[in-house]
Write a protein that binds this ligand. Sequence first.
Ligand code: UDP
Length: 340
Amino acid sequence: MPTHHAQLTPDARRLTPLRALITGGAGFIGSHLAETLLGSGARVVAVDNLSTGRFENIAHLAERQDFQFVFESAANETVMDRLVSEADVIFHLAAAVGVELIVRDPVWTIETNLQATEVALRLARRYRRKLVLASTSEVYGKSAAVPYREDDDRVLGPTTKSRWSYAESKAIDEFLALAYHKQFGVPVVICRFFNTVGPRQSGSYGMVIPRLVAQALKGEPLTVYGDGNQSRCFCNVRDVIKAVTALAAAPAAEGEIFNIGSQEEVTIRQLAERIAARVPGASREVRLIPYEQAYEVGFEDMLRRVPAIDKIQAAIGWAPTTRLDETLDEVIAWSRERGA
Ligand code: UDP
């Protein structure tokens, strides 16, 4: 067994199964990534403290020989030391998620995002492993210069507004990952996820689609924050996972940052109307809720958020293929099935 084979080459996969460690492996994106990696013949270890992840996301994998779940914080360096030493590649997804949670618990957000990444990078260096870092479109802040390019300037609000702590903490993660790459040659790849959506995403921490779908299924009014003219581009998690696994396998992606997102833009009000139209019996009432009521006084939202995806297209030929309506139907079917 080679001590490390940081490239996910087809050859390496054939000779010895790739060993992937996913921090945040019981989360929405992490659990989909685990399934895809297992499907490609990899062995997967998922570490998660279930702070926002859920065991039910990976319960169907738990009995497999090629899968292991470790109930632990990704910031626990002792446990992580062993897990990283036994992996070929680390997908570092463990982080605070959801604007609502971030505003409610900024201390936990900042500490979680910084500590777990420091540990993961230190160990990636020690064992010379590839590390794929999950970052976020939130780092662009409220810049109006859409579509956002990876090397754009960032426009953030003041430190008195806790929303921006998330962007700052993930930006520090990016700085640190790039610094480890530059100074110590650690093979890192940074993925800036834009709004990602699909089955298993929880509405408990703010995410709009699971919330609106749950409301539609219950026949309740759909809650739209602000005036509903703010827009987002929602990318299906399956498309996102294709991008992440291809980037992890691409040597040219090392030391680079990539936007991963859809360019199909929709305002939140249109989104609510489209969801209501797809759920028989849904209320057509859209209830506008002021931001200060939804989050906190002085809350700042971004009006538009659209990724430029030329860089990832050029690097690995990736573009999303799933239309929003298809994704909405998938989320509606999944939520209905689990009685959300
Ligand atoms: N939003 C909304 N109703 C909700 C939850 C969120 O109108 O019940 C809005 C939110 O203010 C934002 C957009 O939907 O403008 C997307 O929110 P989400 O938290 O899903 O992602 P964000 O883009 O803020 O990271």
